[in-house]
Write a protein that binds this ligand. Structure first.
Ligand code: TXA
Ligand code: MG
Length: 332
């Protein structure tokens, strides 16, 4: 398949919207990561997304809307809590899991009776959704298992020849995927941490929010049954082997140097990822791009310093970094 590369002019977004409306696939920028979009109400188009990503087909997708009023078509019940979060956070990197309406195809939700919805904070994405005339189902636009793409070139790298089009937008500002919060119970539950924190949700709602217990376990634990099905697949992995070093800053720096010297002496190419101690937003912005750049540079081993998980944004970045490294962590 020849993949069209679109610019962000209204004319080009219009062409991309026609592709989506016709059941085709177009990758597009959002503020978090690039998405691989299809008409959320068209089961064949959604099935093609799974095929293009090489992704298991029971994994549900996030449905992207351009206006709050678009939500009415996707869910039968809009609660006061949902309204509070929409008003406080949308457009923005927050996805709400809500009861799905009969109109939303099972293909889109992986057979669940809930649907995940968000309004992205990106003008190109919002225009594309509005011009397509349909909500857009979009997982991250990477091949399954790889780090999410935060730059147009990363999308082209993974998806060229596999989908109808790619909109070449700017680099994503946030860099990790949206916070996913389950709004179906009395207490909202964060299924996937992101740059929007529990604290911010609690402030908007005026009540407590919980984290899904599965976020604190390992995929290999027997009782690991995450509510967010995407959490159980191999994820975010670079080609290189990766190890995370956790501990006091001085110990971490010392251990990273030690590993680097040792492995370089063995003839390996070593890449180091060490963010500023309080640079959580920069870490979110850079992590996936750094992993992809190191693969491109032919790095054999990536050694990364752990972030402070007492900070909720640090916890969100570590949620990705730990799976990138396949739970390969040393404590010093
Ligand atoms: O920032 C983002 O959310 C990006 C951009 C493109 O919007 N999208 C994204 O999609 O990260 P994806 O498919 O890579 O991740 C969707 C996550 C998965 O963990 C999935 O299991 C969860 O959302 N999810 C989707 N629908 C769900 C549902 N009905 N119930 C629980 N979890 C759901
Ligand atoms: Mg993804």
């Amino acid at each position: 398949m020849k993949t069209a590369i679109y610019s962000t002019t209204s004319e080009d977004i219009g062409l991309a919207a026609e592709v989506i409306a016709g059941g085709g696939l177009v990758a597009f920028p959002t503020e978090t990561v690039y998405g691989l979009g299809a008409d959320a109400m068209n089961p064949e188009a959604v099935a093609a997304v799974y095929a293009a990503k090489g992704r298991p087909s029971d994994n549900p997708m996030i449905v992207h809307i351009a206006e709050q009023s678009d939500l009415a078509r996707l869910t039968a019940r809009i609660t006061e809590d949902m309204k509070l979060l929409m008003n406080a956070m949308w457009p923005g990197p927050l996805t709400m899991v809500v009861p799905k309406s009969a109109q939303v195809p099972d293909r889109t939700t992986g057979g669940l009776d809930t649907v995940a919805v968000r309004m992205p904070d990106n003008d190109v994405a919002l225009k594309l959704i509005a011009m397509s005339g349909c909500p857009i189902a979009a997982p991250s636009a990477n091949l399954s298992g790889k780090p999410s793409p935060t730059r147009a070139d990363d999308v082209i790298n993974d998806m060229d020849g596999r989908i109808e089009g790619i909109i070449r937008g700017e680099d994503c500002q946030v860099g990790i995927e949206s916070t996913v919060v389950d709004m179906t119970g009395d207490t909202p539950v964060i299924l996937r941490p992101g740059i929007i924190t529990a604290e911010q949700l609690e402030e908007a709602l005026g009540k407590p929010v919980e984290y899904d217990k599965a976020l604190f376990g390992k995929e290999t634990d027997e009782d690991f049954k995450p509510k967010s099905p995407g959490m159980k697949y191999k994820h975010y992995a670079p080609e290189a082997e990766m190890i995370i070093v956790s501990g006091s800053r001085a110990n971490v720096e010392h251990e990273i140097d030690r590993i680097r010297e040792l492995k370089e002496a063995e003839g390996l190419k070593v890449g180091v990822i060490l963010f500023e101690e309080d640079g959580f937003e920069e870490a979110a912005h850079d992590l996936f791009a750094d992993l992809r750049d190191m693969d491109k540079a032919g790095v054999d081993l990536i050694v990364a310093g752990a972030l402070d998980t007492d900070d909720q944004r640090g916890f969100a970045v570590m949620n990705r970094m730990i799976r990138s490294a396949g739970h390969n962590i040393v404590k010093v």
